[in-house]
Design a protein around this ligand. Structure first.
Ligand SMILES: NC(=O)c1ccc[n+]([C@@H]2O[C@H](COP(=O)([O-])OP(=O)(O)OC[C@H]3O[C@@H](n4cnc5c(N)ncnc54)[C@H](O)[C@@H]3O)[C@@H](O)[C@H]2O)c1
Length: 371
C-alpha cells in the first residue's frame, strides 16, 4: 500500500506534540538528527511546551496547543505524536486528514478499535502513519533474528521480564499495569523475531502479596503464533533482585539450535557459528526516526506501519481478556469485536467506507513488514 512521499530537499520539518517525558526525548532526538529539523512543540499545557522548548536549547521554536494549527503555522512536513494514549487517536486522525504524515508513540491508540480507525484514516488520506516501537531498534535483536533464520523452524520464543521499578503516579494505580504499559514491547519484539502474527492467547495475571501496585503487576501469557510457534511472556514489575534488562531475557528454541539474548549484549547461539550479518537499525527512538524519514523520502514500507502494528495492541487486549475470563482468547475474535466497535464509533465517512470494504480485518492488517 503506497503513501505520499516528501519531495522537498533538506531536513524534514517536524512538530512534536505532547511535551511530557517522551515528547522531550523526541525533541532532543530530532534536534540531534541531521536529517530532521524541530520546528515546533505543541501541548495542551503551555508551561509544558515552554519547558520542553527551553530544554532543547533550540532558539525561536514555535509553540502552541493544537498540533495541526502549529504545523500549518510553521510549514511542518509531519508531526510526532508523543501525547498520552487517549489523545493518540484524535491528534493523529486530525493530522492525517490535514495531509500530515505522523510518527506516533506506542501504543497505536487507546484501543484496537481506535487503531483500526487510524489505519482506515491513513488509507483514505494516503498519508503515512507509523508507530514507533522503540525496542525494535536494537542491533543485537536484529542479529538474533538473522541467526535464528539459519536454525530451522522455531518451537518457542520465551522471554522473562523481571523488574522492580517504583514509578509512583498512574502506573501504581491502573489495572493491568504490566500488560498495558510494558508487555506491548516484548509482544511486538516477538512478532518481529518470528515475522508472524498471533493466533490466540492464554494468560494469567496476578499481583504478588508484597506488590506496591493496585492492579496486577505480574503475568504469564502463552501465545500461539501463525506458523505454529509459541511465544511465552513471563513477567513481573515487582520482582526485586537479579533483575532482567528492560528488553527482557530471551530464549528462542528452534529445530537446529537455540539463541539466547539478555536484552542488552550480543546474542549467543548454539551451535556456535557466526550468523549472517545484520544491518544496524539505529538505537531506540533515533532508529525509528530514521526509519520514518527514510519511508517518507522513498515510499518504502517502514516497520511499525499502523496496519501491522495494530496486531501488537491486539495481543495486549487479548491477553487481558484471557486473564479476566479465565480462558483462551482468539485474536480474530478481538479483531472482529474491535471492527464492530470501530464501525459504530467512526464519524469520518471516508474512514467508515474503508473499514466496511475490508474483506477481513486480519487480511486488511496483514501486510508483511520489511525484514
Ligand atoms: N517507547 C518507550 O519506551 C516509551 C516510554 C515511555 C512512554 N512511552 C509512550 O509515550 C507516550 C507519552 O508518554 P509520557 O510518559 O511522555 O506521558 P506524559 O504524561 O509525561 O506526557 C504526555 C503529554 O501529552 C500532553 N497532551 C495530552 N493530550 C494532548 C493533546 N490532545 N494535544 C497536545 N498535548 C497533549 C500532556 O499535556 C502531557 O504533557 C505514551 O503513549 C507512552 O506509552 C513510550
Amino acid at each position: 500500500m503506497s503513501f505520499r512521499t516528501i519531495e522537498t530537499e533538506g531536513p524534514v520539518r517536524l512538530v512534536v506534540v505532547g511535551a511530557g517525558g517522551m515528547g522531550r526525548a523526541w525533541a532532543r532526538t530530532i534536534r540531534d538528527s541531521g536529517d530532521a529539523e524541530l520546528v515546533g512543540i505543541a501541548d495542551l499545557s503551555s508551561a509544558a511546551a515552554e519547558a520542553a522548548a527551553a530544554e532543547t536549547g533550540v532558539p525561536g521554536l514555535a509553540l502552541g496547543s493544537d498540533a495541526v494549527g502549529l504545523a500549518r503555522r510553521t510549514g511542518a512536513d509531519a508531526i510526532v505524536n508523543a501525547t498520552v494514549p487517549e489523545a493518540h487517536h484524535p491528534v493523529t486522525a486530525a493530522a492525517l486528514r490535514a495531509g500530515l504524515p505522523v510518527l506516533g508513540e506506542k501504543p497505536v491508540a487507546a484501543s484496537v478499535a481506535e487503531g483500526l480507525s487510524l489505519a482506515a484514516t491513513a488509507e483514505h488520506t494516503g498519508r503515512l502513519f507509523m508507530v514507533s516501537q522503540s525496542r525494535r531498534y536494537h542491533h543485537s535483536l536484529h542479529r538474533a533474528k538473522r541467526r535464528l533464520e539459519t536454525l530451522g523452524a522455531v518451537g518457542v520464543v520465551a522471554v522473562d521480564f523481571y523488574k522492580a521499578p517504583h514509578f509512583g503516579g498512574f502506573r501504581d494505580e491502573m489495572a493491568s499495569p504490566l500488560l498495558l504499559d510494558m508487555a506491548i514491547h516484548q509482544f511486538d519484539m516477538a512478532r518481529f523475531l518470528l515475522d508472524a502474527d498471533p493466533v490466540s492467547v492464554s494468560c494469567e495475571e496476578y499481583n504478588p502479596p508484597w506488590s506496591w501496585y493496585a492492579g496486577d503487576a505480574a503475568a504469564t501469557a502463552v501465545f500461539a503464533m501463525e506458523g505454529g510457534a509459541r511465544f511465552v511472556f513471563n513477567g513481573s514489575w515487582c520482582s526485586p533482585g537479579l533483575e532482567t534488562s528492560w528488553n527482557g531475557s530471551w530464549r528462542i528454541s528452534a529445530e537446529r539450535g537455540t539463541v539466547l539474548w539478555d536484552g542488552e549484549g550480543e546474542p549467543r547461539a548454539e551451535p556456535d557459528e557466526p550468523g549472517p550479518s545484520a544491518d544496524d537499525p539505529g538505537r531506540e527512538i533515533a532508529g525509528s526516526l530514521r526509519e520514518f524519514l527514510a519511508a517518507l523520502r522513498t515510499g518504502r514500507e517502514p516497520m511499525g506501519r499502523v496496519h501491522a502494528n495494530v496486531m501488537s495492541l491486539a495481543m495486549v487486549e487479548a491477553a487481558i481478556q484471557s486473564a479476566s475470563q479465565g480462558k483462551r482468547v482468539a485474536i480474530d475474535d478481538v479483531l472482529a469485536r474491535s471492527h464492530e466497535a470501530a464501525l459504530a464509533a467512526e464519524r469520518d465517512a471516508d474512514a467508515l467506507a474503508v473499514m466496511k470494504a475490508w474483506p477481513s480485518v486480519r487480511d486488511a492488517l496483514s501486510q508483511k513488514e520489511p525484514q
